[in-house]
Design a protein around this ligand. Structure first.
Ligand SMILES: [Zn+2]
Length: 430
């Protein structure tokens, strides 16, 4: 047994013993199942009485034959096998390391690429079901809502439905009276504080109600042509320490580079927009050195105009040169424009223009997105033990990122929510 298989066996415990490995059982049923009819879904064993769409709730599901891009930064693994059971990834690796579990639902994804479910780490979705369904269908299985009403109960209920993208919700901003987003937007999605103690209480309140992340604003107003008050250093630091004590990350809104040092000093976890004024390499290096993740929202700047998009792309290039980590996020719904729902190709194309490779973009949209959602231990990579959120696309997104829109299959929390079947040419063969 290889080291990789041993590691997987350790992670899946008894199930690994039951399935054994192909190496120890040459010519087993696993080999036979691989060879049979190339239809979208086959069941090994007798026909079950539960409908096909619910099979994955009671049987292991095996994705067989695709190229695995697991989101860890590892090289692509061809002819891979991913085994899912009980909503979790039980095995992800090479076909010769595992025997297909008996009674598994086997989905042939040859010619496709298996990726972690994508994460849009900056949206404002108002928890609308049609939006959440559209994201999930596109393989964006998680979104992080960085500012909205405090309807955490609704979010919790919706998160029980795998047909909908999972939402990690900040709820209202924590800001000061007259601060952003009350000014300039008149937003009511804000809790105002006047002292560090009030800042701590606000975090405790939102955390208790169900916030998955805390959002603050350090917006001086420069890009809005006015002065906007914001949390002082002690208040911002109080928010961060209280959030961290409660296991929550802090994301900060800012739009100009002059506000970046305040975000670094406060110790935030991520910055929710790339600034539109020049970011010095020194400042970019500071952010990178503190391990603060940047969520560029280049699609926002695309819609806003005023040359903000090329400015933000240049700043992102500088941050990358400084070794910084990026998570993909668009600010969907954060500005009056028709943001892309589903796979955000405008954002992805702009990230590419900043010099990010397809592999880096995929990592930003998966592993790093999970990190800023505070779900790095459960989501973002295809590894044994993680929640089975998977996007399978036809072709090779490393060669052409457009492949991300050619969806073959989506699995959310272990449930297949979209299955387009194999390509027609393969399905027609006998
Ligand atoms: Zn926003």
């Amino acid at each position: 047994m290889s080291r990789r298989a041993l590691a997987a066996a350790g992670a899946i415990g008894l199930a690994a013993v039951a399935w054994s490995t192909k190496a120890s059982q040459p010519g087993t049923a696993g080999q036979h199942q691989v060879a049979v009819a190339p239809v979208a879904a086959r069941e090994s064993g007798e026909t079950p009485r539960v409908p096909r769409r619910r099979l994955e709730r009671v049987r292991p599901v095996v994705l067989l034959g695709g190229t695995l891009l697991d989101g860890t930064g590892a090289e692509p693994l061809r002819d891979a096998v991913v085994v899912v059971e009980g909503g979790l990834i039980q095995f992800a690796g090479s076909r010769d390391q595992i025997v297909i579990p008996p009674r598994a639902v086997v989905l042939d994804v040859t010619g496709s690429t298996i990726l972690p479910g994508f994460i849009n780490a900056h949206v404002h979705c108002r928890y609308q079901v049609d939006r959440l369904r559209a994201w999930a269908q596109a393989g964006v299985t998680t979104v992080r809502d960085l500012g909205g009403p405090r309807t955490y109960d609704l979010v919790a209920r919706q998160n029980g439905d795998p047909q909908l993208a999972r939402v990690v919700a900040a709820g209202p901003f924590i800001t000061v009276p007259g601060g952003y987003p009350i000014v300039p937007w008149g937003s009511t999605n804000a809790v105002t504080v006047r002292t560090p103690d009030e800042a701590r209480s606000a975090v405790a309140q939102l955390a208790g109600e169900g916030a998955g992340v805390i959002k603050i604003a350090l917006e001086c107003g420069q890009d809005f042509g006015r002065v906007i008050p914001s949390l002082d250093a002690a208040e911002a630091a109080a928010v961060v320490s209280e959030a961290h004590a409660r296991g929550l990350g802090v994301s900060v809104h800012l739009t100009v580079s002059v506000d970046v040092p305040r975000a670094v000093a406060a110790g935030v976890d991520d910055i929710a927009h790339m600034p539109v004024t020049t970011l010095s390499l020194e400042m970019a290096s500071q952010v990178a050195a503190h391990g603060i993740v940047w969520v560029p929202t280049l699609e926002l700047w695309h819609w806003v105009g005023y040359g903000h998009k090329p400015a933000a792309i240049s700043n992102l290039a500088r941050f990358l040169a400084a070794g910084g980590e990026v998570a993909m996020g668009t600010d969907f719904g954060g500005y009056d424009a028709e943001f892309e729902l589903g796979m955000p190709m405008i954002e992805i194309d702009a990230m590419r223009q900043a010099g990010m490779s397809p592999a880096a973009i995929i990592q930003a949209a998966t592993r790093n997105g999970a990190r800023v959602c505070g779900l790095g231990d459960r989501l973002g990579t295809v590894e044994a033990g993680k929640t089975a959120d998977l996007l399978v696309v036809r072709g090779d997104p490393l060669a052409d990122l457009e492949a991300l829109t050619d969806v073959r299959l989506v699995m959310h929390s272990g449930v297949v929510i979209r299955d387009e079947g194999p390509p027609a040419a393969t399905a027609g063969r006998t």
